[in-house]
Design a protein around this ligand. Structure first.
Ligand code: CS2
Length: 482
């Protein structure tokens, strides 16, 4: 049996490895959310930064609930393999991680109070934050926020832990950390700031004022297509490295990171690994969320209905690929002019990335958490497009695909509002108008101007009816002919 990955000795020559002395660099980042995406993205950029300019910027990783990946990393001295998949696979062992914490909120809070930690970064997924986006405030109805309001000294959620750590650092006269959200949320820095301030105001307005004045929440756009790790990922990593690795991840060759350059207490030289530091992330973020993630969601629901398990299968399906191109173009038309973006070139690159035959990115994975993802991917751009007098038909069709998919679910979909969605679909029965009205009317999902646009909702309703009556294939053909 191959030995477990736990040191850099004995790696075959073709495997890339840290180009710096790991022991010479202390911890500087506490990262919450050790999912595959973080390991394939920020960890790799940090590895590049350490190799280029050093510094005490290694990462203490933590998962709020699960301990599987932290345990795996702790059993491997923090090392893990990133498998880059294209015509041939390439393996790289990442050294940026130190020890990891799993499922122990008190230990995470202690780590966050350590003045050596100058950045607290997060990839916890959209639904974990507990922020009411319409109100730009902490959402007291979110289970973690409710728990942290009741027991502020023993926080369990993201906002509560950040707030308790900032309060303790202020009390101790230590500098705060910068808070860096790396999730696919619009204006993620400002949003997280609003959530933390909202919780702070309920506890101690003075503390809220101090956070507002002293804590940086830089915004970021993150991008690297990273399918969930499977047994095959682990087997292929082992074949290349000669070592068993329970934390290996697979990803595409492409990686992009655009970061607002606002780190009062320093940062790694992430630009060494290709990160772009800018004053305003929003144009990049809108392009990515609307063009990449927006068409991903269309692919996900259509793919699920057409039994296409992977994104690459959708791209090999000519009518669906044509609709994806149309969607990207419509999304590109919503982007700010004069910000130096090139939506046409971006779309061409995306189509090639989606079609990568070496990447098995599951449509089921992307279809999860629709109510958290679709507001920024479809509904905000559709509302803007309508306001500007544009043609929002591609967005209406995507919305109809989602609704028809929902109507076909026998169990609650994997979504924080899954039970409510199932209930609304059941209540609507065969009434597509009621389905569209009730689902799109869920609080905070779509801008009121979109829900109130009779032409848009009428187009959605007609498309749902066509899909349910004639099947998605036939409805796609009609749509392409229109
Ligand atoms: C995907 C994203 O699962 C999803 O919703 O759209 O995870 C996507 O793969 C990444 O944002 C790419 O950077």
């Amino acid at each position: 049996m191959s030995p477990r990955l736990a040191s850099l000795a004995d790696l075959p020559p073709g495997v890339a490895r840290p180009r710096y002395d790991r022991a010479a660099h202390g911890l500087g980042i506490l990262h919450l959310g050790l999912g595959a995406f973080h390991r394939a993205h920020q960890a790799v950029h940090t590895d590049d930064a350490l190799a280029a300019e050093g510094g005490d910027w290694r990462i203490l990783g933590a998962n709020l609930r699960s301990h599987e990946i932290p345990d795996a990393l702790n059993g491997q001295d923090g090392l893990f393999t990133v498998l880059e998949r294209s015509e041939s696979d390439r393996a790289r062992v990442i050294g940026a991680h130190g020890p990891a914490i799993g499922g122990d909120a008190a230990a995470i809070l202690r780590a966050a109070c350590d003045p050596a930690i100058r950045i607290l970064s997060l990839t916890v997924s959209e639904k974990a934050y507990g922020i009411d986006r319409a109100a730009m405030d902490a959402d007291p109805a979110h289970p973690a926020v409710a728990a942290d309001l009741a027991q502020p000294q023993a926080p369990q959620g993201v906002l509560g832990i950040i707030l308790a750590a900032l309060a303790a650092r202020r009390e101790a006269g230590a500098a705060p950390f910068a808070v860096l959200s790396c999730d696919n949320l619009p204006d993620n820095g400002a949003l997280l700031r609003a959530g933390v301030l909202g919780l702070a105001r309920r506890r101690d307005p003075d503390l809220a004022g101090w956070i507002a004045d002293h804590v940086a929440f830089p915004a970021t756009m993150v991008d690297r297509i990273t399918p969930a790790t499977t047994a095959r990922t682990l087997a292929d990593a082992q074949a290349l490295t000669g070592h068993r690795d329970l934390a290996a991840v697979e990803t595409e060759p492409f990686s992009q990171w655009v970061i607002e350059d606002h780190f009062p207490h320093g940062r790694p030289a992430w630009e060494a690994g290709g990160a772009l530091f800018v004053q305003d992330v929003r144009p990049y973020e809108a392009m990515k969320l609307r063009m990449l993630n927006g068409s991903h969601s269309l692919i996900a629901y259509a793919g699920q209905m057409l039994e296409l398990p992977h994104v690459r299968d959708a791209m090999a399906d000519p009518p669906l690929a044509a609709l994806v191109r149309r969607h990207m173009q419509a999304a590109g038309a919503t982007l700010p002019q004069g910000a130096g973006l090139d939506p046409a070139a971006y779309a061409a690159a995306l189509l090639a990335r989606f079609a990568n035959p070496a990447i098995a990115h599951q449509t089921r994975q992307i279809a999860m958490d629709g109510t958290e993802k679709l507001p920024q991917r479809w509904f905000a751009p559709a509302a803007e497009l309508l306001r500007a007098g544009g043609d929002a038909r591609p967005f209406a069709f995507a919305t109809a695909v989602w609704l028809a998919w929902l109507a076909g679910q026998e169990q609650a979909p994997d979504d924080p509002r899954g039970a409510a969605l199932l209930e609304l679909a059941r209540k609507a029965g065969g009434d597509d108008e009621a389905l569209a009205r009730s689902v799109l009317g869920l609080p905070g999902l779509a801008p009121p101007s979109l829900v109130g646009d009779a032409a848009f909702t009428g187009t959605v309703r007609q498309a749902v009816t066509r899909i349910r009556r004639d099947g998605l294939r036939a409805a796609m053909a009609t749509e392409l002919a229109s």
